[in-house]
Design a protein around this ligand. Structure first.
Ligand code: NDP
Length: 289
């Protein structure tokens, strides 16, 4: 089965649009999202554009605050202070990576946890690990929605997560371990010995590595569910822009073995954005409550 991340994301977005309308009726103002971008990294610019467009489509008042890469850390902290204090702002997202010279951790710490729609603030990360209700990081939360809405059995399943980043691998492992999902979780990384041996044991394999088509068919068990988080540009001179996007999974070969697989593009990517909108609604509802 090809998991249609686009279709599932459209479902989530339409639910958020309903919630956003209700919120506006109840509170007399739209949901507010502010996306802060420093510098002109082309990938970041395109992510930020996509986030703003998707937010506007569900009725969120979304604004991108563009600043030069030379913005000082103090000025960025001051800006976050203003956004934290603004009652019309429900969600704040600082697009990563930040330019050299800015302490990413200090910036993440400075976002009000109640407005931290990326779910990266240590308070939210702590709650996630404790299994408490919180704003969850968008990519792993989106993967959970994909599994749920595709009817993938998670209870007792062996989930193998390849990648241990703070934005994908680690929170993914925490979510899969949670009561209700109840996976047995193994986390792998660049130092893992006999990686293929471990990935072959996965009922659910999440690839969040950042290496084009790294997961080959021999690394996948027949009948596994394969979630491909990777977004990698590979040169393709037949395309006008000179590249195409591929995942961390050798899609054509692995789809022959997998019971279910997410494509790239059109899998996890659209879910990440949908969950950002979902988190903006949740942040607003929680603050209003
Ligand atoms: P990071 O670079 O932060 O982490 C990559 C992880 O993969 C690390 O833990 C690293 O191990 C591990 N790794 C690298 N090489 C190997 C290897 N040979 N064998 C096993 N593990 C390896 O990346 P992110 O987690 O931020 O992102 C991963 C991918 O997902 C990227 O392609 C990114 O673009 C994409 N992404 C997609 C999103 C979406 O919405 N679809 C959102 C976020 C990311 P170690 O820790 O030992 O270095």
């Amino acid at each position: 089965m090809l998991i249609d991340g686009k279709a599932i994301a459209a479902e989530v977005r339409s639910e958020v649009a309903d919630g956003a309308r209700q919120f506006e009726r109840a509170h007399g103002r739209p949901l507010g999202l502010r996306v802060v971008l420093l510098g002109d990294n082309p990938a970041s610019q395109s992510y930020v554009r996509a986030k703003k467009k998707a937010a506007a489509e569900v009725g969120i008042d979304a604004e991108t605050l563009l600043h030069p890469a030379s913005m000082s850390q103090d000025d960025l902290l001051a800006l976050l202070g203003e956004l934290n204090a603004d009652p019309a702002v429900d969600g704040i997202l600082v697009q990563l990576p930040l330019p050299d010279g800015i302490d990413e951790a200090a910036i993440i710490h400075a976002i009000d946890p109640a407005k931290d729609v990326d779910g990266f603030h240590p308070e939210n990360v702590g709650k996630l690990v404790l299994g408490e209700d919180t704003l969850e990081p968008c990519t792993p939360a989106g993967i959970v929605e994909v599994l749920r809405r595709s009817g993938v059995e998670t209870s007792g399943a062996h989930a193998v997560v390849v990648g241990r980043s703070n934005i994908v691998g680690k929170p993914m492992a925490s979510l899969l371990l949670r009561r209700g999902l109840d996976c047995t979780v193994t986390v792998c990384h660049s130092r893992t010995r006999d990686l293929a041996e471990i990935t072959r044991q996965a009922d659910i394999l999440v690839a969040a590595i950042g290496r084009a088509e790294f997961v080959t068919a021999d690394m996948v068990r027949e009948g596994a569910t394969v979630i491909d988080v990777g977004i990698n540009r590979v040169e393709d001179l037949t395309r006008e822009r000179g590249y195409r996007l591929v995942g961390d999974v050798d899609f054509e070969a692995v789809r022959e073995k997998a019971a279910a697989i997410t494509p790239v593009p059109g899998g996890v990517g659209p879910m990440t954005i949908a969950m950002l909108l979902h988190n903006t609604l949740r942040a607003a509802e929680r603050r209003a409550a």
